[in-house]
Design a protein around this ligand. Structure first.
Ligand SMILES: [Zn+2]
Ligand SMILES: [Zn+2]
Length: 204
């Protein structure tokens, strides 16, 4: 199962359409996660045209979205359980809040957003993924989204792209923020051909 993870699109305030680099991958997705700050519900319709969507409410979502969505969800992906939350709050850091949101529940991964800062790591055996933002990168050098492959193993990567939609690199667990040539090739290839399986993704 190929899951595209995104967050913090802040549309249509930031941009009116989904960036092509993301759209190209959405076309190959079996499922889509949006970890909040969407910020209008028609963006969910846009995503749902590609694949089923699991979305949660973020602090910047409008009243209609907050009514429609809960703040925490657990997606079952094969034999894996993926917690989804936005990560906003007042205490601690975004990563800590996201992990705490599923404290005491069995999850294999947590996907979150809010900081707009891409992050990929393992904490007590739980894969933590912040896909960053494909539309509002703030101080990050690149726009980004996340990919999760749930099959025999669970693996994840972050794909970075620039304002022209060129994919710059991807980082795979455990090489956080590492811009590695093989992955760049893999992701470029994957977008082009739809064939996956080359990447340095690590089994949990
Ligand atoms: Zn945001
Ligand atoms: Zn937020």
């Amino acid at each position: 199962m190929r899951i595209v993870a995104t967050a913090d699109t802040h549309m249509p305030k930031r941009v009116k359409t989904l960036p092509y680099a993301l759209q190209a991958m959405l076309e190959k997705a079996d499922h889509i996660i949006h970890a909040g700050d969407i910020t209008k519900s028609d963006i969910l319709d846009m995503l749902a045209a590609f694949a089923p969507v699991t979305a949660v409410a973020g602090n910047a979502d409008d009243a209609a979205l907050r009514e429609m969505l809960v703040e925490r969800r657990i997606l079952r992906a094969g034999r894996f359980r993926i917690g989804v939350c936005h990560g906003h709050g007042t205490r601690g850091k975004t990563l800590e809040r996201a992990l705490d949101a599923f404290n005491g529940q069995h999850v294999d991964a947590v996907v979150f957003g809010h900081s707009h800062i891409p992050y990929l790591g393992i904490h007590d055996g739980v894969l933590a993924l912040n896909p960053g933002s494909p539309t509002d990168k703030r101080l990050s050098p690149y726009y980004s989204y996340g990919m999760i492959e749930a099959g025999e193993t669970l693996s994840a990567r972050i794909v970075y792209f620039d304002e022209y939609g060129h994919i710059i690199a991807s980082s795979c667990y455990p090489d956080i923020y590492a811009c590695c040539e093989p992955c760049m090739f893999c992701v470029t290839e994957a977008v082009r051909s739809g064939v996956w399986g080359y990447c340095l993704a690590m089994p949990l």
